[in-house]
Design a protein around this ligand. Sequence first.
Ligand SMILES: [Zn+2]
Length: 203
Amino acid sequence: MDQLKIGAFIAERRKKQGLTQLQLAERLNVTDKAISKWETGRGLPDAALMLPLCEILGVTVNDLLSGEVVQMENYNKELEQKLVEMMREKEKNDRQLLKLEWVIGILSMIILFVPIIIAAYLPMQDWQRIVLVFSGFIPCFVGFFFALKIEQIAGYYECKHCKHRYVPTMKAINRAMHAGRTRYMKCPDCGKKSWQRKVIGKE
Ligand SMILES: [Zn+2]
């Protein structure tokens, strides 16, 4: 695939639709930097974004990946099939990531609490106790950070009001009240706040 050609094609179609990079970014829930990256051939849209992007640009997935409008008789159904497979693959990966989050979370708790328990029950100098207790803090913090990062990127959060599914920013994740993986956040689409649950598929 010729990324430069695809990028130029995206830019051309976007302008034809009268959209700025920012407007297109907002409709796809990505940053305008991502759009600029695609248009300059430095990256391709995520598989999950491919169909909504094509819809906005008024082209088929095959057109997009060919970097031009392909004649109907050459239309390749296999390509769309491939995309559906790519999306399924992402869903499978997301499920595994969310399982991994559990493992990281539990390990982090062990790393945090085992030294505290040892420090509480084994005879030792006070300074040794302090060092031991704090030794668990940093790896535990790193573990929680990774677990949170997984929670941000794996799957989507779904707005209760408009059913919009999106990937929130790390800032929104950090700030949100949560019960398990369900988080109280503001929907970027309808702007209403609700308890949003984690879902795997885009639709
Ligand atoms: Zn909403």
